[in-house]
Design a protein. Structure first.
Length: 255
C-alpha cells in the first residue's frame, strides 16, 4: 500500500473514533477539498453506519464501517492492518477517541476513572502507535491526534481526563519528532470547550467553539504543515498565561 498523499490532500482517511463529531467534521472539511475514501472505526456499529451513510451522501467515494473496542488493545494491530488493506492504503489517520468521565475532583467511581484512563490514553495511544507504524512502513502520511487544552495544565475539575489527554499529547508529540524523517507528520489538535454530545449539559467555558470550527482549524493546519493547532487559536496565548498561574491560584479554579 502507498501513502504518498500528505497534508490535507491525502485521499484515504482512517478514523479511530468514527462517531466523534469533531472527527466527522474534519472528514467533511477534507471532503470539500476533494473526494475521500474513509474507514470509520468505533464501538457502536449502528452509529458508525449512520455516520458512514451521511458521509456517502455528502460525496465520500467510500465509507467503511469497522467495529472496534478502544479498550481491547490486543486486537488493535490486526484491526488497523485489515482496515488499511480494505481501504487500499492510508494517507491520513485521525485519532479521535475519548470519554469525559466524572468531574469535580477525586472521582467517587474509581472504576470509571480507570476506564477514562484506559480509553483516552491506553486505547487511543495504542491505536496511534499502530497507525503510525502503518504509515511509516508504507512510505509516509499524516496523523491527526485530538488532544485538549486540558492536557496543558491539570485542573481539579477534570484531573483524570486532563491526565489522560496529557499522556496522549506527549506521545503524539514524541512520535511526531521520531517519525519526521520517515515522512510521517503528526498534527496535535488542542481544542477548548467544544459543543458536542460529550459536553452536553455542561456550562460552556470561555471561548467555547463548535466541531465545524475545530475542523476548519485542523484543515488549515494540515495545509500549512503545522505540528500543533489550537481551537480556537486564541487559546494558545490563554494557555501560556494559565501555565504561569501560581499553584495556589489554580486550586481556586473549580471549572
Amino acid at each position: 500500500m502507498s501513502s504518498r498523499g500528505s497534508g490535507a490532500d491525502g485521499r484515504r482517511v482512517v478514523v479511530a473514533g468514527g462517531t466523534s463529531e469533531i472527527a466527522l467534521a474534519i472528514v467533511r472539511a477534507l471532503q470539500e477539498r476533494g473526494p475521500r475514501d474513509v474507514a470509520l472505526m468505533g464501538r457502536d456499529p449502528g452509529a458508525l453506519e449512520r455516520a458512514a451513510e451521511q458521509l456517502r451522501a455528502q460525496g465520500c467515494a467510500r465509507a467503511l464501517v469497522v467495529p472496534l473496542e478502544a479498550a481491547n488493545v490486543a486486537r488493535h494491530g490486526a484491526v488497523v492492518r485489515d482496515t488499511i488493506d480494505r481501504l487500499g492504503g492510508a494517507d491520513i489517520g485521525i485519532v479521535a477517541i475519548g470519554v469525559l468521565g466524572e468531574r469535580d475532583g477525586l472521582p467517587d467511581d474509581a472504576a470509571g476513572a480507570l476506564g477514562v484512563l484506559q480509553v483516552n490514553f491506553l486505547g487511543a495511544g495504542s491505536l496511534l502507535l499502530h497507525l503510525a507504524r502503518a504509515l511509516r512502513d508504507s512510505g509516509g502520511g499524516t496523523l491527526v491526534v485530538l488532544s485538549s487544552v486540558a492536557a496543558q495544565r491539570p485542573r481539579r475539575a477534570n484531573a483524570v481526563y486532563g491526565a489522560s489527554k496529557a499522556g496522549l499529547d506527549a506521545l503524539a508529540q514524541g512520535l511526531g519528532d521520531a517519525l519526521a524523517d520517515a515522512g510521517v507528520r503528526v498534527l496535535v489538535v488542542r481544542p477548548g470547550f467544544v459543543h458536542t454530545r460529550m459536553t452536553q449539559g455542561l456550562r460552556p467555558a470561555p471561548l467555547a467553539t463548535s466541531a465545524d470550527a475545530v475542523a476548519a482549524v485542523v484543515v488549515k493546519g494540515l495545509a500549512r504543515g503545522s505540528h500543533t493547532v489550537w481551537a480556537p487559536r486564541t487559546l494558545r496565548w490563554v494557555m501560556v498565561a494559565v501555565r504561569l498561574l501560581p499553584r495556589a491560584l489554580m486550586r481556586r479554579i473549580r471549572q
